[in-house]
Design a protein around this ligand. Structure first.
Ligand code: 6PG
Length: 259
């Protein structure tokens, strides 16, 4: 069901679904559709996953497509990671490995984990090199006036969540990475959490073929209303608008209840 709402934040597509089960099904359907389109167009599907709690059930449902999803042509990345080892309870990689990777025949070489055990700064540098190599980008920082074209990876799909203060990936309000315009991946101090995170930057997110927000629960209703009814880019999620791609929001009724 797509609600008719007058909103400021103009996604290409806002789908409001009844509950979390419907949300999980809708997101998995969108991932499968995007995979089919990408593989049809250029022979592979590159997806950056979101962490947190909401997408865990999405990944578990996707794993049920064990025998039908094009795992060998799908390449998994992470839009952000916590500064912890891969076996730590807070690790996004650990969550996705438990919910998805450990249950499907995806080749290990198709999974690009953030080496967060190196510490945030080193991990960000290393991950940026991985992206530059995988997407065959030109090396290093742009010289002033150099063309931006071809400098950023183009993920077919980037999955994103939203925190209750409007952060996405690990781009939190007021954090240094909010202003980053040339790096692909950075270490970002998050004052609220008193920790460094590793995160994609907005230029990477906004170069995606498709950015999809997945938001559920009554706890997000206030921030969803704020994001969709306030002008400007006060909230990090409002900085997400792929220049040459689609912006989708899939939201359950509880989170959309104030729209
Ligand atoms: C993370 C995520 C983060 C998440 C939001 C929403 O590493 O935690 O990338 O951006 O999407 O915090 O999290 P929930 O879906 O758990 O509310």
């Amino acid at each position: 069901m797509v609600k008719n709402i007058t909103h400021v934040h103009k996604p290409d597509y806002l789908m409001v679904v009844a509950d979390v089960d419907a949300l999980n099904r809708a997101v998995v359907d969108e991932i499968k559709t995007a995979a089919e389109a990408a593989i049809g167009e250029h022979g592979r599907f590159t997806i950056a996953l979101s962490g947190g709690n909401t997408p865990r059930a999405v990944y578990a449902l996707l794993a049920e497509n064990k025998d039908s999803f094009p795992w060998a042509k799908t390449f998994f990345f992470f839009g952000d990671e916590r500064s912890v080892p891969p076996d730590h309870p807070d690790s996004n990689y650990r969550m996705v490995n438990e919910a998805l990777f450990s249950r499907v025949p995806v080749p290990a070489t198709n999974i690009f984990r953030v080496p967060a055990e190196l510490g945030a700064a080193k991990a960000a540098e290393r991950y940026e090199m991985v992206l530059r190599e995988f997407f065959q980008l030109q090396p290093g920082k742009l010289q002033p006036g150099e063309l931006q074209s071809g400098q950023f990876p183009r993920f077919d799909l980037i999955l994103l969540g939203m925190g209750d203060e409007g952060h996405t990936a690990s781009l939190f309000p007021g954090s240094p990475a909010m202003a980053e315009t040339s790096r692909l991946v950075v270490s970002n101090w998050v004052e609220k959490l008193k920790t460094d995170r590793i995160t994609f930057t907005f230029p990477v997110i906004n170069n995606a073929g498709e950015a999809m927000f997945v938001v559920a629960g009554a706890g997000k209703a206030e921030i969803v209303k704020e994001v969709f009814t306030t002008e400007g880019e006060k909230y990090p999620v409002q900085h997400v608008h792929p220049q040459h791609g689609r912006l989708l929001w899939i939201v359950d009724q509880a989170a959309a209840s104030l729209l």
